[in-house]
Ligand binder design. Structure first.
Ligand SMILES: Nc1nc2c(ncn2[C@@H]2O[C@H](COP(=O)(O)OP(=O)(O)OP(=O)(O)O)[C@@H](O)[C@H]2O)c(=O)[nH]1
Ligand SMILES: [Zn+2]
Length: 224
């Protein structure tokens, strides 16, 4: 991402929202300053308009600070837009491990890009290291989920973005990513089917080509 800053010896002067974006990537500041990328005043203006449009009084006591709160909340919820996901995997290690590495049940919270309502569930991410034995810290898989989830998303794209970045940065033999989420846009409004779960998968490399390895990985991800 343009304007990315590397960690420096002097403490960067960042505010709380930049700090949140930075925290997504290993504690390093990699995003642009929040005031360059999130127009808080514009969000505030829009939220005030929404409150008026739904018939509320934006000047009543309980709502007077709401536009500012929502603006800061959106900046936080979309902090992933200011982060280069490749930075998450900038630290890798070598290991003699040629079998599956799988992290299950990573909490996922994102906002669907159609209604800007949350979807929530679990991510399961597995990969088989490549011939060069490159692996990454386990927490980095969860950080990767955060960077892509904190953007307006559809579950399918979120799933494949995680898989594709792992393929690109770790050059593994294969990758499998499965997400199971409940979408509030299907629960709170519209069809109103609370509890319905959407399951998406992205499978790459040998895990895509070899049905036996894929079945083994899937059996660990979704036990019967
Ligand atoms: N494929 C996919 N669809 C999603 C996701 N999140 C929300 N949706 C769907 O996006 C669709 C948007 O459909 P539209 O017909 O344009 O919008 P709508 O009239 O609000 O649709 P309803 O939800 O059916 O009332 C809906 O069917 C949602 O269920 C997602 O992550 N992936
Ligand atoms: Zn939606």
């Amino acid at each position: 991402m343009d304007g990315a800053l590397a960690a420096s010896s002097t403490e960067p002067d960042i505010d709380e929202l930049d700090y949140l974006a930075a925290r997504l990537v290993n504690g390093r500041l990699t995003g642009r300053p929040v005031e360059e990328s999130v127009d808080l005043a514009r969000i505030e203006k829009a939220v005030r308009e929404i409150l008026i449009a739904v018939g509320e009084d934006p000047d009543r006591d309980g709502l007077v600070k709401t536009p500012a709160r929502v603006a800061r909340a959106y900046a936080e919820l979309f902090a992933g837009l200011r982060v280069d996901p490749a930075q998450v995997l900038s630290t890798t290690f070598e290991a003699n491990h040629e079998e599956l590495v799988l992290v299950r049940d990573i909490d996922v919270m994102s906002l669907c890009e159609h209604h800007l309502l949350p979807f929530r569930g679990s991510a399961h991410i597995g990969y088989i290291p490549g011939p060069d034995g490159r692996i990454t810290g386990l927490s980095k898989l969860a950080r990767l989920v955060e960077v892509f989830a904190r953007r307006p998303q559809v579950q399918e794209r979120l799933t494949s973005q995680i898989a594709d970045l792992l393929m690109d940065r770790l050059a593994p033999r294969g990758v499998v990513v499965v997400l199971e989420c409940e979408h509030m846009c299907m629960a709170m409004r519209g069809i109103q089917k609370a509890g319905a779960k959407t399951i998406t998968s992205a499978v790459r490399g040998t895990l895509q080509r070899d049905p036996k390895s894929r079945a083994e990985a899937m059996a660990l991800i979704i036990p019967r």
